[in-house]
Design a protein. Structure first.
Ligand code: G4P
Length: 531
């Protein structure tokens, strides 16, 4: 076993998108290429993304399924690809943000009819926080979408990243003829529902065969496009891609498995293998001999009768081995895992060894919080599992005084899992939960009752944002806290957080307290590398 080779051949990434753009469909096609699944629908049928009303069965299903498809691995051209799944429902967006800390690159899917959407922008913001390399797939070209020039301009403007088209569409919607590969200088002809078939390829742009296939108007348009694009986009700048500044762009139709091969081939060529990750003390290189890793996601077990949970660990360096003692650095305790597991669709298997870039599921009886680090003994804490300002805030109201302890424990454990963010008001220890979407509150109420026997309600609070506050001036902070004592709370790590009623109030506070810095995420880029 050559560990260096194992690391170099791994590519760990996530497919991200605004809901409905085709993330699930594209993921499924990628898995089909790798032979990881045999039939279309294996991933898709598992998806619950349109749940808006109370439907606990659906919520439970969503939880179960996201465990089952947490990491989808396959071998392709002697590479090992790990796709980390992200939830389809926007209410679970925080899960996605956290998963992005565990990948080495992403593929961003955009719907060519809708262009860059709200969630696309948020996801990109998270990518930008850690300069994650991005490839863009513009999907649904079989639909009457927008002009490709408009689309790439929008990507550059709204997402703040430069683009580098690798394929370019010939026609769109009913007139979609195929994509021209700007590097390979050939066109692949579009055929609807072409999964698995050999596609027709035109290698000579001037050939009569190509002109006959696409027609004179498109042939002329292709000439003009190529003149323009070749002029504008010269050589691919690999370094700019790896620094998250340049995104190769592909056009296609995931449902028709079209344009996906081009995306995958290019991905294999350029996407990074596992790279160094920052801790509070130093950078950890994947090639280091000693094992390190961090937990980026925690899931309650599928069986509601057991309180076991599964913590998902991203391996950052060395080799992770089954049945070996590792140090849990936050609680300073040695733990060993007899059944580390990999998940793939409905298949589970025990993992004996795992390498940097891999993710293993660890059965956990309550030792882990999101962000926890395991090492061979060194006191390290991986950085960069951010919390983002929630959008909806509610206060917890206990409905059964006999069960206060259970309620307290349940709330803490669910917030360790990242289901919601817990804020505690210093006066009276009032508990405030913040989430991205309303669905999480249903999950919380349902689980507190089902798993902890704690009956509770929520009292809605009208907050606009949670802002982590910092200041270099002690007096300024003391003055701010005094003046705003009703709205300053502590997060799970005892950081001060200001709950702002409105955008206007926040603006006024910023003006009135120039020595206080307000952040809408718990992690600030400048602090990433600081001790
Ligand atoms: P998501 O995970 O990003 O939320 O998107 P998903 O793959 O579920 O795709 C959303 C919808 O878009 C699905 O239709 C899917 O079939 C469709 N779709 C995906 N890729 C393409 C494409 O290339 N062209 C076209 N025309 N449609 C595409 P749905 O009606 O919501 O679901 P279903 O009934 O097809 O399952």
């Amino acid at each position: 076993m050559n560990v260096d080779n194992e690391i170099a051949r791994r590519k760990t990434f996530a497919v991200i998108a605004h809901p409905d753009s085709g993330k699930t469909t594209l993921t499924e096609k990628l898995l089909l290429f790798g032979g990881a699944i045999q039939t279309a629908g294996a991933v898709k049928s598992n998806k619950v993304k349109k749940t808006t009303a109370s439907d606990f069965m659906e919520i439970e299903k969503q939880r179960g399924i996201s465990v089952a498809t947490s990491v989808m691995s396959f071998e392709y051209n002697s590479r090992l690809i790990n796709i980390l799944d992200t939830p389809g429902h926007k209410d679970f967006a925080e899960d996605t943000y956290r998963t992005l800390t565990a990948v080495d690159s992403v593929i961003l899917v955009i719907d060519c009819v809708k262009g860059v959407e709200e969630q696309t922008e948020k996801l990109m913001e998270v990518c930008r926080m850690r300069d994650t390399p991005v490839q863009v797939f513009i999907n649904k070209m079989d639909r009457d979408g927008r002009d490709p020039y408009d689309l790439i301009e929008e990507v550059e403007e709204k997402l703040g990243i430069q683009v580098f088209p690798v394929t370019w569409p010939v026609g769109i919607g009913k007139e979609f003829k195929g994509v021209w590969h700007l590097q390979d200088h050939q066109m692949t002809a579009f055929t609807a529902g072409s999964a698995g078939e050999e596609l027709k390829v035109f290698r000579d742009k001037e050939s009569e065969e190509l002109t006959n296939f696409i027609g004179n108007t498109f042939a002329q348009q292709l000439d003009e496009d190529l003149d323009f694009l070749n002029e504008l986009y010269d050589e691919f700048d690999q370094e700019a891609y790896l620094n998250g500044q340049l995104a190769p762009v592909f056009f296609g139709s995931a449902i028709n498995n079209f344009g996906v091969q081009e995306l995958l081939d290019y991905f294999l060529k350029i996407a990074p293998s596992p790279f160094a990750r920052p801790t509070q003390a130093r950078m950890v290189e994947p090639l280091e001999k000693k094992f390190t890793g961090f937990v980026f996601k925690i899931h309650a077990n599928l069986d509601p009768k057991h309180r076991d949970r599964i913590a998902f660990l991203r391996i950052c360096s060395g080799v992770f081995k089954r049945n070996t003692f590792y140090m849990h650095t936050r609680i300073n305790k040695k733990l060993r895992f007899s059944n580390p597991t990999s998940f793939m669709a409905s298949k589970k298997s025990i993992v004996d060894v795992a390498f940097p870039g891999d993710v293993v599921g660890l059965y956990d009886a309550g030792n882990f919080k999101i962000g926890d680090t395991l090492t061979e003994g060194e006191e390290l804490f991986f950085k960069g599992i951010p919390s983002f300002s929630p959008e909806i805030f509610k206060e917890v109201v206990n409905r059964d005084p006999m069960k206060s302890k259970q309620l307290d424990k349940g709330i803490r454990q669910l917030s360790d899992e990242g289901v919601a963010q817990l804020f505690i008001h210093p006066v009276g220890q009032r508990k405030i939960l913040g989430t991205v979407g309303p669905l999480q509150f249903e999950v919380i109420q349902h689980r507190l009752l089902g798993e902890y026997g704690a009956k509770m309600d929520f009292q809605p609070l009208n907050y606009y944002k949670a802002c982590w506050i910092r200041s270099d001036k002690l007096e300024a902070m003391a003055e701010f806290k005094k003046r705003k004592h009703q709205h300053v709370v502590k997060d799970k790590d005892e950081n001060d957080v200001f709950l702002a009623d409105s955008a206007w109030i926040l603006k006024v506070c910023r003006e009135d307290f120039p020595d206080i810095r307000f952040y809408t995420t718990s992690e600030f880029k400048v602090d990433l590398m600081a001790g």
